[in-house]
Design a protein around this ligand. Structure first.
Ligand code: PEP
Ligand code: MG
Length: 883
């Protein structure tokens, strides 16, 4: 087997640039070299070596040494320099590169190949002694940090002291002699912390860096990132070794990062930052403030320093051509790193750029309209879950806001929450249900868990391409970065702007679209659903087969869901209507009654109220199917607690408080989820279901009478285990229907069906289908009962289960396809065998989860039902599943 693939100088061993083999970075370097772009020559050590490295007790396969030597020889021949040559040394960069970009891993070592001898050669060849010694000290610092894992604070401290001693403010003021002296100090620090001198053999340096890249694959941070992003541990990373080019060789040199379209808004305009006379790390680290790439962006921002378009018009022109070529080649928005060395442009990296949901949507729709991709590809390119970002409210522009300061609009969307100053606290408070805003001077990969837990992220330092900005955009968290006036004291838990102070736990709001930071909570407004969003939804609707309904029980939710494109109600949980303050006393009276007559008296009070509910819902859902589920939860959920509540019910029911208390105690259950709930209520107290059915049919007749658009009620019986239960309950519903139709002098089309949420029901679906016209899979309960895991208590141990790989994902979020999925499949098959036209849907939380929707498509369900805000997610996911 071959492990090393060369690129550059007219060579591209990887051919089509295989991401699985070469990693994302390696594949794209190979790809760029393949289309003739100026890529510094280099080679990639393939990802399988990573797995071998661990299998063989952290050592390399035998043949690798020789292959790497061939790789180095390739770079030497293209650059006409020699690795370790004291006269004209070849310097290389070493970078990790997994299939997908992965913060948390060792990233980059630059200037590798410098030592006490080669630094002198570099000084002579470049004619720039200062540059040579600066490069050497950068190398020692970086290598010590990422490869030797020594405390980088010590090196920064030494630099600060050197500057102070000389009375300098900026790094650029240090002379060759200053850097030279600092190199000596750095080497002393290495000896002190590492116990050995800094490696002088360039091959030792190289193998040290290669080992560190593979070693970082199993670092804690990388593991956390993989867990959060569902990246398998056996993918491994590749290592890229590439000739150095220098953006810091004076004023005709520069380095920058760019996107071929705006990653925040999706606008079709180049977007990027660059620095003259700098190395790549300077742009990303946020130490110097980068300049704009284009004139238009500079003018829009009202910034002074010349844009690249103005400062280096010729190279900028070449760069723009490269952008266009890359977009056409990869047919996607690219995120690019480039360097200009003494007027010559070099491409260091390209990859599909991370983008906000808004940008993803706009870019997909634009590219399809430009003819660069098809509509199907556009549909496939937008992550359905990310739509969430667009569907949620933004800050009300007319609401008063108390602006504390302003930073960069790094990731759009608005968020309010309690300010917290470290990631552990953010995670802790979020686990307790608090909304938090994570406030940091800047973030690092160690903050991933805190960023994930936070509603929004605020940093004092760093630009639009800083760690915070990039990661927040990827996670879909609003982010304001580089709010320079903020002074943060994380230890004391306080941040200040001038005289104003925000303490840990104070409410703040950030607007990632404007960069504003506000004190307190600012009200929000609903998002705009037309434009690109509407276009993509139209395309998605053309290809999807699954219908999308909603879980809703209020007219407001129904209206929202219809605006989002719901094609009916998949689940109306009637019990939600019982908690209303005006009704709860009558509900309690019903529950606590000790006779049918007592229950009927209370139900008579509830009937007009229920009818009103259904009337409003049927009006909003005009003509669409509406699945109404009869009462489901254990009765004790409605019981009174306070003395005053008991007294109120006693008065309404004309009973004494003592009797009521006794009755309440009788209703106590040890395991209510498996107790007196669902159709068991209807079996024991049929009058409850009778009342509900009557309310449904009266409302349906009334709405048909008034508007002419009759709804299609689908009356659903919960928690059925046997055919007999469903038969009994269907008889109750049918009887109520006949009675109402006779009274109203009109008939309404309706169905009676059941939820499948118990394993027995799934297994006996063949005979249950004889009694019911539809099945709706209640996958919340079906997961609970199949796995024997309480849906209300699972949080305490499920994370561990997912971490240990027992379940790939939380089975209450994404269907356990192998277990619960098989039951659903069995039920669907057996149901259809009895009743070929049986309607099949899903109404558990999984109905809004893209992976579960793909499963529903694969077994041919008729519809999925999701909460209103997830309806568009479901529409897109259903379309993707059908592609
Ligand atoms: C279910 O169990 O999946 C369901 C939709 O019903 P509920 O969540 O109300 O129990
Ligand atoms: Mg249920």
């Amino acid at each position: 087997t071959r492990y090393v693939y060369r690129f550059g100088g007219g060579v591209s061993d990887g051919g089509q640039g295989d991401k699985n083999l070469l990693g994302g970075k390696g594949a794209n370097l190979d790809g760029m070299a393949g289309i003739g772009l100026p890529v510094p020559p280099g080679f990639t050590i393939s990802t399988p070596v990573c797995a071998l490295y661990y299998e063989q007790g952290e050592s390399f396969p035998d043949s690798l040494k020789a292959e790497v030597a061939t790789g180095i020889a390739h770079i030497e021949s293209v650059t006409d320099k020699k690795f370790g040559d004291a006269a004209d040394p070849l310097l290389v960069s070493v970078r990790s590169g997994a299939r997908v970009s992965m913060p948390g891993m060792m990233d980059t070592v630059l200037n590798l190949g410098l030592n006490d001898d080669t630094v002198v050669g570099l000084a002579t060849v470049s004619g720039d002694e200062r540059f040579a010694w600066d490069s050497y000290r950068r190398f020692i610092q970086m290598y010590s940090d990422v490869v030797l894992e020594l405390d980088h604070g010590r090196f920064e401290e030494a630099l600060e002291i050197a500057k102070e001693d000389k009375g300098y403010n900026l790094d650029t003021e240090l002379t060759a002699a200053d850097w030279h002296a600092l190199v000596a100090e750095y080497k002393a620090i290495v000896v002190e912390l590492w116990g050995k001198p800094f490696p002088q053999d360039v091959h030792d340096q190289l193998w040290g860096a290669v080992g560190a890249v593979f070693g970082s694959w199993q670092s804690e941070r990388a593991k956390v990132y993989r867990r959060l992003n569902d990246i398998p541990g056996d993918w491994g990373t590749a290592v890229n070794v590439q000739a150095m080019v220098f953006g810091n060789m004076g004023d005709t040199s520069a380095t920058g990062v760019a996107f071929t379209r705006d990653p925040a808004t999706g606008e079709n305009a180049y977007y990027g930052e660059f620095l003259i006379n700098a190395q790549g790390e300077d742009v990303v680290a946020g130490i110097r403030t980068p300049q704009y790439l284009t004139l238009a962006a500079r003018e829009r921002a009202g910034a002074k320093p010349a844009s690249m378009e103005e400062a280096m018009p010729e190279v900028y022109g070449q760069l723009a051509d490269v952008f266009d070529l890359l977009e056409r080649h990869y047919r996607d928005m690219q995120d690019i790193e480039f360097t200009v060395e003494r007027g010559k442009l070099w491409m260091l990296q390209t990859r599909s750029g991370k983008r906000t949901a808004k940008a993803a949507l706009k870019i997909a729709v634009d590219m399809a309209s430009e003819g660069l991709i098809t509509q199907e590809e556009a549909i496939a390119r937008v992550d359905p879950s990310a739509l969430d970002q667009l569907l949620h409210p933004t800050l009300d522009p007319n609401a008063p806001r108390d602006v504390l300061t302003k930073g960069l609009p790094a990731s759009p969307g608005a968020a309010s929450g309690y300010a917290v100053f470290d990631s552990d606290t953010a995670e802790k408070r979020a686990n307790n249900g608090d909304s938090v805003i994570l406030v940091r001077v800047e973030t690092s990969p160690e903050d991933i868990h805190g960023m994930h837990a936070a509603r929004g992220i605020l940093t004092a330092r760093g630009g639009m391409t800083s760690h915070a900005a990039v990661v927040a955009r990827g996670m879909g968290r609003p982010c304001v970065s580089g709010a320079g006036t903020l002074s943060i004291n994380a230890k004391e838990g306080v941040m200040r702007v001038g005289q104003r102070e925000v303490k840990e736990g104070d409410l703040i709001t950030i607007d990632g679209s404007t960069g504003e930071v506000m004190i307190g909570e600012v009200p929000t407004i609903q998002p705009e659903l037309a434009g690109d969003f509407g276009t993509l939804m139209v395309w998605a609707d053309k290809v999807r087969r699954l219908k999308v309904r909603t879980n809703a029980e209020t007219p407001l939710d129904c209206r929202t869901a219809r605006e989002f494109g719901a094609e009916g109600i998949g689940l109306c949980r009637t019990e939600h209507m019982f908690f209303d303050a005006a009704r709860i006393t009558a509900v309690r009276q019903m529950i606590l009654a000790d006779s049918e007559a007592g229950r009927r008296a209370a139900l008579d009070k509830l009937l007009p109220e229920q009818r009103k509910d259904f009337t409003e819902i049927f009006e909003v859902m005009a003509g669409l199917p509406c699945t109404i589920r009869l009462l489901d939860p254990p009765l004790h959920e409605f019981l009174p607690h306070e003395e005053a509540e008991f007294e109120e019910v006693a008065k309404a029911a004309d009973l004494d408080v003592e009797t009521l208390r006794r009755r309440a105690a009788e209703l106590h259950e040890f395991n209510p989820m498996l107790g007196h709930r669902g159709c068991r209520l209807g079996v024991t107290y049929p009058e409850i279901y009778e009342m509900q059915a009557r309310a449904i049919f009266e409302a349906a007749c009334d709405v048909a009478e008034k508007s002419g658009a009759a709804p299609v009620p689908e009356v659903m019986i919960p928690l059925v285990a046997t055919k007999r239960e469903l038969e009994l309950m269907k008889a109750v519903v049918d009887k109520a229907a006949q009675a109402v139709f006779a009274e109203k002098g009109r008939t309404i089309e309706y169905l009676v069906g059941t939820m499948i949420e118990l394993p027995r029901a799934a297994l006996r679906a063949g005979e249950i289908a004889e009694a019911g016209a539809f099945f709706s899979f209640g996958t919340n309960d079906l997961t609970q009962t199949t796995l024997g895991v309480s849906r209300d208590d699972a949080g305490r141990f499920l994370t561990t289960y997912v971490e240990k790989g027992i379940y790939a994902r939380d089975p209450f979020v994404s269907i356990d396809v192998e277990g619960v999925g098989e039951l659903i499949q069995i039920a669907a098959e057996r149901g259809r065998a009895t009743r070929p036209d049986i309607k099949l849907g899903i109404c558990g939380e999984h109905g809004g989860d893209p992976a579960s929707i793909a499963f529903c498509e694969s077994i041919g369900l008729d519809y999925v039902s999701a909460s209103p805000y997830r309806v568009p997610i479901a529409r897109l996911a259903a379309a993707q599943a059908a592609l």
